[in-house]
Ligand binder design. Structure first.
Ligand code: UDP
Length: 389
């Protein structure tokens, strides 16, 4: 890895000079990380970690954007606003099924790994881009670092659950945001595998803290009091009865407090086909917003209702109660603390949770997701690991 083989030694080279040359080579060798990202939450996580990489001596990062998310407001806005380094490669792979998407990414990422010869590949979270990146690297014996390792919903119907379990298993460095994530890996026997499990805290907390001062209001038309909602998980959008039950609940709640809903492209397409959105009152649909606008919405809302993974944590960062529109959550510390209730896609349960949070003061425990320095811990662990192998 340190390119020691590249030092040409003549027969007359003195042993001291050899040692010095080797030492210099080791001290100054640049270690190359190839990062694969492709979806909105990964851009936000990478914004925090890429900044830490850029601030570390002898670390170079090459970013590959798979193209999984490609709309201007699902991708470009994050690179522009958050100063994420421009990807060196954009694979432009999107709008196809899971198999084709993962397969095409795998093939292209393998080509790039052979060309770029990185010392390590880094992936985030649980998307097809995550799995494709990790698999391509593992097959070439390139070490894999997985940020947000150990998360489990225990629902194998979710594509994300399949992606995260497989990625964890082939990763060498498992960066876990929480103790629950570490416990999940231990229960699955990961302590017996050839990998390092490291608790770092959550890089999304780093991002939220860093960008918070730059929060901006998305439009003047946001009501003074509102509930912030996002819906995009396939388990909700692809099952019409679930989507209907969620909107029935939102409609009921919106009689009390208006709902602001930045609409994911997948949900927008499905709603347009179903006509479900036509009869809704007091629910304000807006296009997907950039992260700085999302922070403003989080700071100013009364409550969050979401099926997003990331938004559940962000609700907690900004001390807003959250109703999760899913049957389970990976962020179990939030439900245990009572700041997040599972509403599923059950109208009565969602309304009950809303009444509970509206009628009582929610107390938020401190530091469930670390101290805001997860990115630095990750970067340091990568450097230490690469020096040790
Ligand atoms: N987000 C955003 N604009 C939006 C909706 C979400 O910036 O219109 C951010 C949100 O604040 C969080 C991340 O995107 O940081 C979550 O992404 P998403 O819900 O798409 O994915 P998940 O976390 O469920 O994997």
């Amino acid at each position: 890895m340190y390119g020691v083989k590249k030092i040409m030694l003549s027969d007359s080279t003195s042993p001291n000079l050899i040692l010095l040359k080797l030492k210099n080579k080791i001290n100054f060798a640049t270690m190359k990380i190839l990062t694969v990202i492709g979806a909105r939450p990964q851009f936000i996580k990478a914004a925090a970690v890429s900044r830490a990489i850029a601030a570390t001596n002898n670390l170079e990062e090459i970013i590959v954007h798979t193209g999984q998310h490609f709309d201007e407001n699902m991708s470009k806005v994050f690179f522009d606003e958050l100063n994420i380094p421009i990807p060196t490669y954009n694979l432009d792979i999107n709008s196809v099924g899971h198999g084709a998407m993962t397969g095409r990414m795998l093939e292209k990422i393998e080509e790039l790994l052979l060309k770029e010869k990185p010392d390590l590949l880094m992936v985030y979270g649980d998307t097809n881009s995550t799995l494709a990146g990790a698999l391509a690297a593992a097959k070439l014996h390139i070490p894999v670092a997985h940020v947000e390792a150990g998360l489990r919903s225990f629902n194998m119907q979710m594509p994300e659950e399949v992606n995260r379990i497989l990625t964890d298993r082939i990763s060498n460095l498992l960066f876990c945001p929480t103790t629950d994530a570490i416990n999940n890996l231990e229960k699955e026997g990961f302590s017996n595998f050839d990998c390092m499990i490291i608790k770092t805290g959550d890089v999304m907390y780093d991002a939220a803290r860093y960008y918070q001062p730059r929060a901006t209001q998305p439009t003047d038309e946001i009501p003074e009091k509102f509930i912030l909602t996002t819906i995009h998980r396939a388990e909700n959008t692809d099952q019409s009865e679930r989507l209907k039950a969620i909107f029935d609940a939102l409609q009921e709640i919106a009689k009390d407090i208006p709902v602001v809903l930045p609409l994911h492209p997948r949900t927008r397409n499905i709603l347009a086909k179903s006509g479900l959105d036509k009869s809704l009152k007091n629910i304000f649909f807006i296009p997907p917003v950039g992260y700085l606008q999302m922070i403003w919405l989080l700071q100013n809302c009364e409550m969050v209702m979401t099926d997003s993974g990331g938004l559940q944590k962000e609700a907690y960062f900004f001390e807003k109660p959250c109703i999760t529109l899913r049957d389970q959550t990976e962020w179990t510390e939030l439900t245990r603390a009572g700041v997040n209730h599972l509403g599923g896609a059950d109208k009565e349960m969602i309304i009950k949770a809303f009444k509970h949070f509206k009628g009582s003061k929610t107390v938020f425990p401190k530091e469930l997701y670390g101290d805001g320095k997860a990115s630095e811990k990750i970067t340091k662990s990568i450097v230490d690991y690469l020096k040790s192998i």
